[in-house]
Design a protein around this ligand. Structure first.
Ligand SMILES: Cc1cc2nc3c(=O)[nH]c(=O)nc-3n(C[C@H](O)[C@H](O)[C@H](O)COP(=O)(O)O)c2cc1C
Length: 357
């Protein structure tokens, strides 16, 4: 078997995006059961919780699924940096009526320990973002029977994944919701649209390419396949599904979003991510380049965002969503998935007619 063969064997060539903070095992299970490829977002899990979470998905379906980790750098900011960042956040904490966190001594789960737990559980596929694994790490997963899917925002990043022996590349276009995966260049040089990115990565590396970013329905799925992608990875399109775990305030912000509602921001987490613009993003825009890098700022705003979600206030939340968010529809994930695939097939038939086939 190969990752290509696994993805080609799916009934529906749609990969559900791993979505930390917006999905749990229930969405992954629903998608895999319905014939797509579900993804478990394990980036925020403590190493000890990764094995049990993977076992939960395995117990619910014998279909393939993916587990995703975020390659957060080890962070050891000095006390002054943390203090300055907390000072900047103090008015926001005061407004929501929550105490700012005491300077934490850990900012993200330890990646090496997460990786070990993942390799021990050996899921069918593992995907990664924010950096590139070493050759040894890739080989460890492959020996355990896990295919490796690396996320790239540029052709150079796709080449880097190919060089370490990855089995496939997820081409994440600039349209994508949530954090962007860039790791070789700064964000300004890492914003390629999904169309151009899929086509240029395909031409550059001899690996199966998954298209991600802005794919919201069956027409988008058909377009991704037409570009030569082996599958379409969709995140924002699942945000309003019954299984998504987003807060009411986040759902409400999607329902009332303006015509072109999203923007990239560094203010919330210290790494550029796309979300529906809110007051926090607007007012912090001028200093967003100054906040400490991910995962430090992410950790320092976590209690703020939790308190805002509890209070039902979307203005201080991370409202991650992609450029197509206005097209997000409600319903059980399995129904959405089947509908998109029916639409993709109808699109292919329509195009066959238009091209005289
Ligand atoms: C709410 C949300 C959370 C996300 N969390 C993750 C994550 O934990 N790991 C990851 O690799 N990508 C994450 N992403 C990015 C997706 O993998 C994918 O690139 C994106 O959903 C594709 O664009 P779309 O949202 O327009 O479909 C997230 C995206 C969203 C919308």
């Amino acid at each position: 078997m190969s990752l290509r063969a696994l993805l080609e064997s799916l009934e529906i060539p749609i990969i559900q995006s791993p979505m930390l903070g917006a999905s749990d095992a229930a969405l992954a299970i629903a998608v895999s059961r319905a014939g797509g490829l579900g993804s478990l977002a394990a980036g925020g899990l403590a190493p000890a919780d990764i094995g049990p979470a993977i076992a939960q998905v395995r117990a619910a379906t014998d279909r393939p699924f993916t587990v995703n980790l975020l390659m957060a750098p080890k962070a050891a900011p000095d006390a002054a940096t943390v203090e300055a960042a907390l000072q900047r956040l103090a008015p926001w904490y005061a407004e929501v009526g929550a105490p700012p966190p005491a300077a934490p001594n850990q900012f993200a789960p330890d990646f090496d320990a997460q990786f070990e737990a993942l390799a021990a559980a050996a899921p069918p596929v593992a995907s990664f973002a924010f950096d590139v694994l070493t050759r040894d790490q890739v080989a460890t997963l492959q020996r355990a029977g896990t295919y490796v899917l690396g996320t790239a925002n540029t052709v150079a990043e796709a080449r880097a994944w190919a060089e370490v022996g990855a089995d496939g590349v997820c081409a994440q276009g600039a349209e994508a919701g949530g954090h962007h995966a860039y790791f070789l260049a700064d964000i300004d040089d890492s914003l390629v649209g999904t169309f151009a990115l899929v086509a240029t990565i395909r031409a550059a590396v001899d690996l199966p390419v998954v298209a991600a970013g802005g794919i919201m329905d069956g027409r988008g799925v058909a377009a991704a396949l037409a570009l030569g992608a082996i599958g379409a990875q969709m995140g924002t399109a699942f945000l309003m599904s019954d299984e998504a775990t987003i807060s009411q305030a986040w759902r409400g912000a999607i329902e009332t979003a303006s015509d072109d509602p999203t923007r990239l921001t560094r203010a919330l987490t210290g790494r550029y991510a796309r979300g529906i613009e809110n007051r926090f993003m607007r007012e912090m825009r001028g200093v967003e380049r100054e906040v400490p890098a991910y995962p430090v700022q992410n950790r320092l705003t976590q209690p703020l965002r939790a308190a805002a979600a509890k209070a039902g206030d979307p203005q201080m939340l991370s409202l991650w969503a992609g450029q197509g968010v206005r097209l997000a529809e409600r319903g059980p994930a399995a129904d959405l998935l089947r509908r998109w695939w029916d639409e993709a097939r109808a699109t292919a038939r329509e195009l066959a007619g238009r091209t005289g086939i």
